[in-house]
Design a protein around this ligand. Structure first.
Ligand code: MCN
Length: 782
């Protein structure tokens, strides 16, 4: 095989994107295009008594105004596509525009379409909505109490679903030598990709075709769901999402807004564009996390951990978003035992409606929350028994000789060398020396802490049969087509839909590696339902383990056929021909060979093909993995706290990750960097805050603190490579590991730094104020 697999090829998409030659949403401009704006509710919960749109309709430049009543029967309800089994889920009805009740600040109430964006914006102010405010509930635990305001009449106690997995009975905890218990809060986060959501819809009344250029992580899922919502047949609906400025999970969901824009274009017979502004994005794009987690861990004084039990009360917001229910259940629950040899685990999850923006996947989706509570609990347990937290991890990690390893919650971890990653990271940090040094620093009054996380995560979603069994209303295989042109150049199509991750490069590397064709000769096509038959998109770090393997299989099918043609050209038996570095040759002979390009040309000329071989050269694959993949690793960090202000500074950050074979270390490392920063954003800076009336107090970047590059030291990253045993490329995902591991790593370090103040835990984000108060309380108790 060529060596392009595993090399640091620079991202091929970047020159296009950074020179302004990409096609982001705002670059899509169609003749006669109109502009849409959505009027959003200023109330978190209110009855709509009436809506008067007369003034708006008559305003200059306004072409149409639609209310919820206007679209009844024309635009269907927004569906939920993940229904965890045995959970008594109440999906309730999510209308595209509220017509009787608004349920969160940001709920859509009316759509204005005008000749310009400005005219549309001005017209929003002319719409008079008579609201009757209702009682509001924001906190999920409060929402479950008797007498709490009901978000939906058909969900008693606001409980959207109740899901359980595993079994760790009381007796285990009653008889355990040590039990540690703690309640954690996973604060709500607001995903903020660089590009907000947007849609440009264009309806061709002649052909009956509707094209939506939309910011999507999964165009085919959007096509499927929007065809249901708009009542347009799937083959008449085209979704295009080529250059998308990031998603981080927030562009998986099917939102009302995209459907409304499509509807408007069909009604008006003109292209319509809607571009979410940042303020609107804070309110109307799904949020992430927001869980209250009550955790118990049982173990022995020698450091063995035996059982873990978690109760999760998850805030689902006002409606169940597309994949929302899957996050606190399957994606969170099943990974709770993490990388350790727990004999017992139990997870009990309530999904609760509140008058807040709906929650859904946000980078890591469930796994950061699970890893957070587990890794915090390991530290609390270590503290309780007076052992080094690294020692406890070392003792409990699943050993390399135990794979495949079945967890108490029924997952089968594919492969791992957890200790190897741990030892590598400890070595990079010089852990033992640093611990000694820490004692000295403490004496000098410096507050320096060391944090550790040893994680495993579940990604590469996933085998379709399992997807069905866990209530995901779709398949999770991936498709690929490798089309070889007569000159040997290649266009490869994938059903995955990268939006920043770099697969235009790494996927070209996969094909190049197998065919011996230069990367420059390979084009990767994604994100257009008219060009790609079917696919399930990019999320859950599935693109490489699932889409990448689909591509590898499709490429191998090209080789299989080319081999037949080459053998014919070489007048040899098929089994006597080998293919390497772009050449077919006869085994044992260096003289007789034909290049891949020569074979390709013959495949198309078809002047002399072997009997029974059709002209052309194209490979197709629908690849359904046999299992998920389980990346793992160890992250360590060192922080220092300013004793006067409580401000946390990161001194060092070390990440050793294992995503199986690495296709492109440059890109994989970039993913780890981005992920770490996003995870540390949660640990130290970010957090959505609602007031009691359901007003989002953190609705701009002035109030919602995003991490900045200058907050971070140079990250020290390394990979161990344990090939994934169950897929042809031996790869696992890397897109979320950084986010999953970094949050607890940093919080563990901060709590470690605060040891002299006897601080057991702090709620995130660990702002200077929170840390400063904890120090003060610690001082006053001492
Ligand atoms: N890769 C590799 N070797 C491996 C695994 C991956 O070289 N063994 C490369 C891939 O080929 C790809 C990148 O690393 O170029 C990430 O691949 P993968 O782990 O398959 O993850 P996905 O492409 O499926 O991306 C999804 C993941 C998720 S779930 C979120 S959320 C996220 C993320 O990736 N959102 C992102 N990274 C993001 N990066 C950017 N720039 N923007 C986002 O919105």
């Amino acid at each position: 095989m060529a060596t392009v697999f595993g090399t640091k090829v620079k991202r091929r998409e970047d020159p296009r994107l950074i020179t302004g030659n990409g096609t982001y949403s705002d670059d899509v401009a169609l003749p006669g295009m109109l502009y849409a704006m959505i009027l959003r509710s200023p109330y978190a919960h209110a009855n709509i008594r009436s809506i008067d749109v007369a003034k708006a309709r008559n305003a200059a430049g306004v072409v149409a105004v639609y209310t919820g009543k206007d679209i009844l029967g024309k635009v269907g309800a927004i569906p939920t596509a993940w229904l965890p089994p045995n959970s008594d889920i109440k999906t309730t009805v999510h209308p595209a525009l509220a017509h009787d009740v608004v349920r969160y600040v940001g709920d859509g109430v009316a759509l204005v379409v005008a000749e310009s964006r400005y005219a549309a914006r001005d017209a929003l102010d002319l719409i008079e909505v008579d609201y009757e405010p209702l009682d509001v509930v924001v906190d999920q635990r409060a929402a479950m109490q008797e007498g709490a305001p009901l978000v939906h009449g058909d969900a008693p106690n606001n409980i959207a679903f109740h899901w359980k997995a595993g079994d760790a009975p009381d007796v285990l905890f009653a008889e355990a030598e040590v039990v540690v218990r703690h309640e954690f809060r996973q604060q709500r986060l607001i995903p903020n990709p660089m590009e907000t959501r947007a849609t440009t819809a264009s309806y061709n009344a002649g052909t009956g075709e509707l094209t939506l250029h939309l910011t999507s992580q999964n165009p085919h899922i959007h096509r499927f769901l929007l065809s249901l919502i708009l009542g347009i047949p799937e083959h008449k609906l085209r979704i295009v999402s080529v250059d998308v400025g990031g998603g981080f999970g927030a562009k998986i969901a099917c939102y009302p807004d995209e459907a409304l824009v499509g509807f408007a274009s069909m009604e008006l017979g003109r292209p319509v564009k809607w571009m979410e502004d940042r303020r609107e994005h804070f309110l109307a794009t799904t949020h992430g996390r927001d869980m209250i987690l009550d955790v118990e861990l049982a173990g022995k004084r020698d450091g063995t951990m035996t059982a873990i039990r978690v109760k999760n009360i998850a805030n689902m917001g006002a409606y169940l978003s597309t994949a929302g229910p899957g996050v606190p259940t399957i994606l969170f629950g099943l990974i709770v035992p993490g990388a350790y040899q727990f004999a017992h685990a139990e997870v009990d999850v309530y999904g609760v409606f509140t008058n807040t923006t709906p929650t859904d996947a946000y980078r890591g989706a469930g796994r950061p929350e699970a890893t957070y509570v587990l890794e915090r609990m390991v530290d609390l347990f270590a503290n309780e028994i007076g052992k080094d937290p690294v020692e406890v991890r070392r003792k409990n990690l699943i050993r390399a000789d135990q794979f495949p390893y079945t967890t108490p919650l029924g997952l089968e971890y594919d492969s791992g060398q957890y200790h190897l990653a741990l030892e590598r990271a400890l070595e990079m940090l010089s852990y033992q020396e640093l611990r000694q040094q820490q004692e000295q620093w403490r004496k000098e009054g410096r507050l320096i802490g060391i944090g550790c996380t040893t994680y495993v995560e579940i990604c590469g979603l996933g085998p379709s049969q399992v997807a069905g069994a866990v209530g995901f209303q779709g398949g999770l295989w991936e498709s690929s087509t490798v089309r070889v042109h007569p000159t040997g150049k290649i266009t490869a199509f994938t059903g995955a839909s990268p939006h920043g991750q770099g697969e235009e490069t790494t996927f070209a590397q996969i094909v190049s590696d197998r065919l011996g064709v230069p990367v420059e000769d390979i084009e990767i096509v994604h994100g257009d339902t008219a060009r790609i038959a079917m696919g399930w998109g990019t999320y859950g770090s599935r693109t490489t383990p699932v889409g990448g393997n689909a591509l590898a299989v499709a490429t191998d099918r090209v080789i299989e056929k080319a081999n037949k043609i080459a053998a014919h050209m070489l007048e040899a038996a098929e089994e006597d021909v080998t293919f390497s570095a772009g050449k077919f040759s006869i085994k044992g002979s260096t003289e007789r060979s034909v290049t891949f390009q020569e074979v390709t040309l013959q495949a198309y000329l078809a002047w002399n093909l072997p009997k029974g071989v059709e002209p052309g050269l194209e490979g197709h694959a629908f690849y359904d993995p046999v299992n998920f993949v389980y990346p793992f690793g160890t992250h360590l960090c060192v922080v220092e706290i300013d004793p006067d202000t409580g401000e946390v500074s990161l001194l060092r950050y070390i990440a050793v990750d294992d995503c199986g074979r690495v296709i492109n270390p440059l890109i994989a490392e970039g993913q780890v960097h981005g992920g770490i920063v996003q995870g540390i954003g949660q640990a130290l800076y970010e957090g959505a805050v609602y007031d009691e009336e359901g007003q989002l107090l953190t609705g701009t970047f002035m109030d919602y603190a995003m991490p900045k590059a200058r907050f971070f030291p140079e990250m020290e990253t390394a990979f161990t490579e344990t090939p994934a045993p169950q897929n042809p490329l031996g790869v696992k995902g890397i897109g979320e590991t950084g986010t999953i591991a970094s949050t607890p790593t940093v919080v563990n370090a901060v709590i470690d730094a605060l040891k002299p103040f006897h601080v057991r835990d702090l709620n995130m984000p660990l702002t200077p104020e929170r840390v400063w108060r904890a120090m003060n309380e610690g001082r006053s108790q001492a």
